[in-house]
Ligand binder design. Structure first.
Ligand SMILES: [Mg+2]
Length: 387
């Protein structure tokens, strides 16, 4: 069985989460410019007919009280990483399809997590506990049906299509719900008198193939409940980063370093969880005037150590002359390799030895954090140790 998890009005819900004043009000996340479009509308705004991809000016006409908010990609990404990580607790087969959607193959997990419905209920609870947001989940024997199911009872829905109901479900499934059926295909199908996937099945295969070519073959397969696509787990990410918009702007490097220490911990933990090391460490600084600066350094030896990430990023900050207020600070690691990738030996081994010690510390901290939650252990006085 496969779960399709889809966050409800993700960007708008995040804005309502971060700003309680927006809760229960029509929130429209989208570009402010003249040609801007809606990326997500809250359910309150959808009642007015506002939807994704609608030009902002039109959304304003439909919903004059709508509160338009520019998207904060970094924040959404931050929560998305947490959501995807939470899904890994249920199965190693997690395939993110977008920032707020993923497939999880739970076949063979019954012993640990219970029936598919029980598993999905636990997934919903886990996501809520992790990020305080609701999602909708579809459960079905195939990806294609799971995706359709997750959309059936939004928001906060849970819909299951059990194997024995698949034939019946497909029989009455309107063709416009089928992924890949666009406007043109839909019109063509309509002209043939085809309204449901069941209708497709009743049509001679030859006609479907003639009319729709390669997609016809896919339609015939879907109509008989066959979907060969597998859940393909997350491949090696290209970078891992963490950033924070400060509650108050500051020029204080020591304060910024405190944030960077937490971020280095978070980034390091993420790298270790994913089993990757990175060569390039960078910091991102956004000033109060929104001018953004990045500084980076490439190491000889890739790392996944929080201490190394902190040391290097804090050196980068030291060499940067802060002449105006900072509103956002971030730490990132890129140039990622799997830990199994052989790396060239360092010319001088001293650093490696020192870092190996810190990597042991990291793994202990990870184990404790995993067991007792984030913030349960911190490397006390790390800044002094590193001086
Ligand atoms: Mg969504």
């Amino acid at each position: 069985m496969i779960l399709h998890i889809d966050m409800d009005a993700f960007f708008a819900s995040v804005e309502q989460l971060d700003n309680p004043e927006l809760r229960g009000r029509p929130v429209i996340v989208g570009g402010h410019s003249k040609r801007g479009v809606v990326s997500t509308a809250s359910y309150e705004a959808r009642k007015f007919g506002v939807h994704s991809a609608m030009p902002i000016f039109q959304a304003k006409q439909k919903c004059p009280e709508g509160i338009i908010i520019p998207p904060r990609g970094a924040r959404y990404k931050e929560l998305s990483i947490k959501i995807m990580a939470a899904l890994h607790d249920f199965s190693p087969l997690v395939e993110p399809v977008s920032i707020d959607e993923a497939y999880v193959d739970i076949s063979g997990c019954e012993r640990i997590h219970g029936t598919p419905e029980e598993t999905a209920t636990r997934v919903k609870q886990k996501i809520y506990d992790t990020v305080n947001l609701n999602c909708s989940i579809g459960i079905a024997p195939t990806k294609f049906l799971a995706k359709i199911a997750s959309d059936m009872d939004k928001p906060n829905g849970l819909t299951i299509i059990p194997p024995e109901k698949v034939t019946e479900f497909i029989d009455t499934l309107p063709v416009q719900k089928v992924p890949g059926v666009g406007k043109a295909t839909f019109q063509q199908l309509e002209r043939l008198g085809i309204k449901t996937l069941g209708d497709v099945q009743r049509l001679p295969k030859k006609i479907v193939m003639e009319k729709f070519g390669k997609y016809g073959k896919r339609l015939i397969e879907l109509a008989s409940g066959i979907d060969r696509s597998r859940v393909i787990p997350y491949s090696t990410p290209r970078s891992v980063s963490s950033e924070i918009t400060l509650s108050e702007n500051t020029c204080d490097k020591e304060l910024l370093k405190k944030h960077m220490l937490n971020q280095a911990e978070e980034v390091g933990r993420e790298l270790r969880k994913k089993g990757v090391k990175g060569k390039t460490i960078s910091i991102k600084i956004k000033h109060a005037d929104f001018k953004q600066v990045t500084r980076s350094v490439t190491l000889f030896q890739p790392t996944q150590s929080s201490v190394v990430i902190y040391k290097e990023s804090s050196k980068l900050l030291d060499t940067y002359d802060i002449n105006k207020n900072v509103r956002l600070i971030g730490v990132g690691v890129s140039g990622l390799l799997s830990v199994d990738t052989p790396v060239q030996m360092e010319l001088f081994g001293a650093d490696k030895k020192k870092n190996a010690g810190w990597e042991k510390v990291d793994s202990v901290v990870d184990a404790i954090t995993e067991k007792f939650g984030k913030g349960s252990i911190k490397k006390a006085g790390i800044t002094d140790v590193l001086k």
